[in-house]
Design a protein around this ligand. Structure first.
Ligand code: SAM
Length: 289
């Protein structure tokens, strides 16, 4: 049974959250291999998939399936086993469990039951892609998979237009073109990056405007899974000597909402927000369409 030297106050066995490769089987830590060998049970998103990894490393630990549709039910059973003293490693098909993958329900229930939780760091597609994107600003927003319904996807993208962080999406080959098309139409031709087939034989890293990635996605049937990173819109320097000038500048040069502009200028110029809002209403009334 795997030992837990970190915490002796908690009940039962230990739940390990084990990151496994996102393609290249060599991308697994020594610690993770040892724990997978030592635990009583491995809870896997897809047992057939994980069996290939275990066979590669000659690990014979029993497997149990733990997938999205059965999360609630299976997590209750696993917590019961943990409370009895068994140690369990949770793995997903690729990368870090609970990151756009099942796992969070089990983690929460196990913590509520007083079980020790030990995360084993390792591969994650988003961090792998981000490390190769060459983006100097440290701020990013990870969104997982964008909604598959077009209207919901467009609503989400619209709400992100003024976000000043890089946006990171997971996407399948089937939907990459629709996502890029919506981004192009809603956010404009921003700088972007994709990491496709990361760590695999045909790894593909591309950087350029959204339009050029869209062109590439249209040229060949884009096989392989994607991590897509969209850089923030270039920040224009606001020009204006006074509140009215600045309001006109924001109205004419950005897609920021009247409310956001008022909030920003009130804070930048140390003015009352309601005063700025009233002025903004007047200025935005005169917007040329
Ligand atoms: N838990 C995983 C992680 O830590 O990255 C992600 C699982 S999520 C269900 C699977 C998505 O991650 C894929 O659709 C793809 O967007 C991305 N992904 C996983 N492996 C990848 C790879 N080798 N190359 C590019 N993207 C990958």
């Amino acid at each position: 049974m795997a030992s837990n030297t970190q915490n002796t106050q908690t009940a039962g066995g230990v739940l390990y959250i084990a990151a496994t490769p996102i393609g290249n089987l060599e991308d697994i830590t020594l610690r993770c291999l040892r724990i997978l060998q030592e635990v009583d049970l491995i809870a896997a998103e897809d047992t057939r998939h994980t069996r290939k990894l275990l066979t590669h490393y000659t690990i014979h630990t029993p497997l149990i399936s733990y997938y999205r549709e059965k999360e609630a039910e299976r997590s209750t059973e696993l917590v019961r086993r943990l409370l009895k003293g068994e140690s369990i490693a949770l793995v997903s098909d690729a990368g870090t469990p609970a990151i756009s993958d099942p796992g969070a329900v089990l983690v929460r229930k196990a913590r509520e039951a007083g079980i020790t939780i030990v995360p084993l760091p390792g591969p994650s597609a988003l961090i792998t892609a981000l490390s190769a994107a060459g983006i100097t600003d440290p701020s990013f927003l990870f969104l997982g998979f964008a909604p598959s319904k077009k209207s919901q996807r467009r609503t989400l993208l619209t709400s992100l237009c003024n976000n000043s962080s890089s946006l990171i999406f997971y996407e399948s080959p089937r939907r990459i073109k629709s996502l890029l098309t919506d981004i192009f139409n809603i956010m404009g031709d921003r700088q972007a990056f994709w990491g496709r087939e990361l760590t695999k034989t045909y790894e593909d890293l591309q950087q350029g405007p959204v339009s050029s990635l869209l062109q590439q996605a249209s040229q060949h049937t884009s096989k392989g899974e994607f991590v897509l990173i969209i850089e923030p819109a270039e920040q224009l320097q606001a020009e204006g000597e006074n509140l009215l000038d600045l309001l006109c500048w924001y109205r004419d040069n950005t897609s920021m909402s009247l409310k956001d502009v008022s909030r920003k200028l009130a804070s930048d110029l140390a003015l009352s927000r309601s005063k700025v809002y009233q002025e903004a209403l007047e200025i935005y009334k005169n917007k040329q369409h």
